[in-house]
Design a protein around this ligand. Structure first.
Ligand code: PMP
Length: 409
């Protein structure tokens, strides 16, 4: 029989453990700044109005059924998903240099990309280590190591400035062996909320080109960083224009509020060349084999919702409006939190709260301060001091600022 006695107890996932502790807390003052899911000003999950509309369209379709999707997913979604990232008139799409597969949200997309690289990233002498930012979304570590690709980190967050450690990042990318796989957050970096500027992206691209590094973009917050879908896709579009061969993991969890529906895509983009379309066809055929053995075919419900919105100009415009509502409320909360801390004269500088963007802010609070906030004030955040800005609202922001003020003093 299977000797299961040797299986050790694994630790609970820290983020989901935090969510459980929050739920069990009976204090009326409790505040959830842990999980990265959007909340409205009443601290409630927000079903995007445009998603409600798409849902009604879907439900009233007499032809709708529960059949399987093709292995690569819903084509009306994957084609629009690629356009959303690369632009409607992207040469890479016109030249058939893109292969897109619908995945189990962003996590599944990162995993499929990792599996694909584990199987095929075998250029002569190339380094198979995946370089991720320090810090990064914790799941990156286990997703890549699970498929046998080792992880190394490049400096990213400067603790002094609470901004980008650009020199450290460049030095690490410059000294990584040529042809290394570099994981990049396209926008709204998780957990820090710190993104390179357009000028810094240009430097990163030119350095990576010189080093023949392979870009692996993870984009889970398009439209959340600036509120503008095109602007948030800027770094990806720039790299594609520079002629990189690259891959992209794309999540629709946050920007559509389709968290539990697991809608996302994985994209491969070939470098421009005379046989790029042929290479892309072969890549797509291998992605299909991997997908078939892993999940057979992806879930249909969230894919249909996103597809309805992406394929209808009026609904698309409404989606952009919904995105501005979410990103606007988050920016408002950044201003209020910083304003209150400054009004209280809380020791330290708090400009990083409004300098950082996207769903998260890396506050700079120590682990001890984070624990004190939890035990004394029922405020929950990850122990690295990351807060989900969406957990703040007009009723709790002063309470949170006052509590932070007390634990910092
Ligand atoms: N990448 C990053 C950087 C993320 O923050 C997330 C969401 N926490 C994901 C990928 C994937 O999330 P999901 O699988 O829910 O789409």
């Amino acid at each position: 029989s299977f000797p299961a006695e040797v299986v050790p107890q694994a630790p609970e996932d820290p983020l989901f453990g935090l969510m459980r502790a929050y739920k069990a807390d009976s204090s009326p003052d409790k505040v959830d700044l842990g999980i990265g899911a959007y909340r409205d000003d009443n601290a409630k999950p927000w079903v995007l109005p445009v998603v409600k509309k798409a849902d009604e369209i879907l439900r009233s379709d007499p032809e709708a059924n529960h059949e399987y999707l093709p292995i690569a997913g819903l084509a009306s979604l994957t084609s629009k998903a690629a356009e959303l990232l690369l632009g409607n008139s992207a040469p890479a799409i016109a030249e058939k240099r893109t292969a897109s597969v619908q995945t189990i949200s962003g996590t599944g997309a990162v995993h499929l990309g990792a599996l694909f690289l584990a199987k095929f990233y075998k250029i002569q002498g190339a380094n198979r280590t995946v370089y991720v930012s320090n810090p990064t979304w914790a799941n990156h570590h286990q997703i890549f190591t699970n498929v046998g690709l080792p992880i190394a980190t490049y400096p990213y967050f400067n603790k002094e400035t609470k901004g980008l450690d650009f020199d450290g990042m460049k030095k690490a990318l410059g000294s990584a062996p040529d042809g290394s796989i570099i994981l990049l957050h396209a926008c709204a970096h998780n957990p820090t909320g710190v993104d390179p500027t357009p000028e810094q992206w240009r430097e990163i691209a030119s350095l990576m080109k010189e080093k023949k590094h392979f870009p692996f973009f993870d984009t889970a917050y398009q439209g959340f960083a600036s509120g503008d879908l095109d602007r948030d896709a800027g770094p990806i579009r720039f790299f594609v224009e520079q002629g990189f061969e690259l891959v992209i993991a794309q999540s629709f969890a946050k920007n559509f509020g389709l968290y539990g529906e697991r809608a996302g895509c994985f994209h491969y983009v070939a470098a421009p060349s005379s046989n790029a379309a042929e290479i892309t066809t072969r890549v797509a055929s291998q992605l299909a084999i991997l997908q078939r053995s892993e999940i057979s075919n992806p879930p249909i419900y969230g894919a249909r919702i996103a597809s309805i919105v992406l394929n209808d100009p009026a609904l698309f415009a409404e989606w952009q409006e919904n995105l501005r509502t979410m990103s606007g409320r988050i920016i408002d909360m950044r201003n209020k939190l910083r304003g209150k801390l400054e009004e209280l004269g809380t020791p330290g500088e708090w400009n990083h709260i409004t300098d950082q963007i996207g769903m998260f802010s890396f506050t700079g609070l120590s682990e001890a301060q984070v624990l004190k906030l939890r035990t004394d004030y029922h405020i929950y955040m990850t122990k690295n001091g990351r807060i989900s800005m969406a957990g703040l609202n007009s009723r709790n922001v002063d309470y949170v600022a006052t509590a932070v003020d007390k634990v910092v003093r």
